[in-house]
Design a protein around this ligand. Structure first.
Ligand SMILES: Nc1nc2c(ncn2[C@@H]2O[C@H](COP(=O)(O)OP(=O)(O)OP(=O)(O)O)[C@@H](O)[C@H]2O)c(=O)[nH]1
Ligand SMILES: [Mg+2]
Length: 197
C-alpha cells in the first residue's frame, strides 16, 4: 500500500526487486541509480556482505515530481535472494505496491527461479496479497550468458499461461533495466489513479 501524507501532500510508492540469489537484483538498482538524473534520486543504501551479497536489502529513493498535486516518490528495494534470508524477504514485502521478478537465464538456476517465484507468492500470502493483486512484471536477466536458456523454457516455469509482461535483460550493460521498471511503475500509477478518483 502506498503511504499518503495528506497534510504534506506527499505520496510514497514501494517497488520491490525479487528473485533468486545472484540473479542481478542489486545490479538493477545500481544501474537505475547511475542512469537517473542526480536531482531525481536520493542516496542508495546497501546492506551487504563482504562478497557483495545482499544481507538485508538495497534501497533507492526516486523523486517523481508532482502527481495530481502530490509530491510523489518511488522507493525501490531489493530483497536478499539467498534462501536462508527469508525472514528479511518477508519483512521487505510489507507495504509493497509492485514487484519486478528478476529471473536468471543460467541453466543451473532454472529451479532456483521457480522456487523463488513460489516463495514470493508464499510471502505475499502472509500479507493476504495475491501476486495478481499487485502490479508485477518479469525480467529475465543475464541473456548474455553463452548457455542462456531459451526464453520459452524460463517462461514455461514461471508463467506458463504467458499472462505476465516479460522483458529480457543484460543488467550489467543496462540493457532491459529501464523497460520493466517503467512498465511496472506505470501499472502502479494507473492503479493508484483508479483508486484515487
Ligand atoms: N553475465 C551477467 N552477469 C550479471 C548480469 N547481471 C548481474 N550480473 C552479475 O551477477 C552477480 C550477482 O549480481 P547481484 O546484482 O549482486 O545479484 P543479486 O540478485 O542482488 O544477489 P543477492 O543479493 O545475493 O540476492 C554479479 O557478479 C553481477 O555482476 C547480467 O546481465 N549478465
Ligand atoms: Mg543483491
Amino acid at each position: 500500500m502506498s503511504t499518503i501524507n495528506a497534510a504534506k501532500r506527499e505520496i510514497n510508492f514501494k517497488l520491490v526487486y525479487y528473485g533468486p540469489g545472484l540473479s542481478g537484483k542489486t545490479t538493477n538498482l545500481k544501474q537505475i541509480f547511475k542512469h537517473v538524473p542526480a536531482e531525481s534520486r536520493g542516496d542508495m543504501v546497501t546492506v551487504d556482505t563482504e562478497e557483495e551479497r545482499t544481507l538485508f536489502f538495497d534501497f533507492l529513493p526516486l523523486e517523481l515530481g508532482e502527481v495530481g498535486g502530490f509530491k510523489s516518490r518511488l522507493h525501490l528495494y531489493t530483497v536478499p535472494g539467498q534462501v536462508f534470508y527469508n525472514a528479511s524477504r518477508r519483512l521487505i514485502l510489507r507495504g509493497i505496491d509492485g514487484v519486478v521478478f528478476v529471473a536468471d537465464s543460467s541453466p543451473t538456476r532454472l529451479r532456483a527461479n521457480a522456487e523463488s517465484f513460489r516463495n514470493l507468492r508464499e510471502n505475499l500470502a502472509e500479507y493476504k496479497i495475491a501476486l495478481e493483486d499487485i502490479p508485477h512484471v518479469i525480467q529475465v536477466n543475464k541473456r548474455d550468458l553463452p548457455d542462456a536458456l531459451p526464453m520459452e523454457m524460463i517462461q514455461d516455469v514461471l508463467d506458463p499461461e504467458r499472462k505476465i509482461d516479460t522483458f529480457q535483460a543484460v543488467a550489467t550493460d543496462f540493457q532491459g533495466v529501464f523497460e520493466p521498471f517503467r512498465a511496472v511503475s506505470q501499472k502502479i500509477f494507473n492503479k493508484f489513479a483508479e483508486v484515487a478518483v
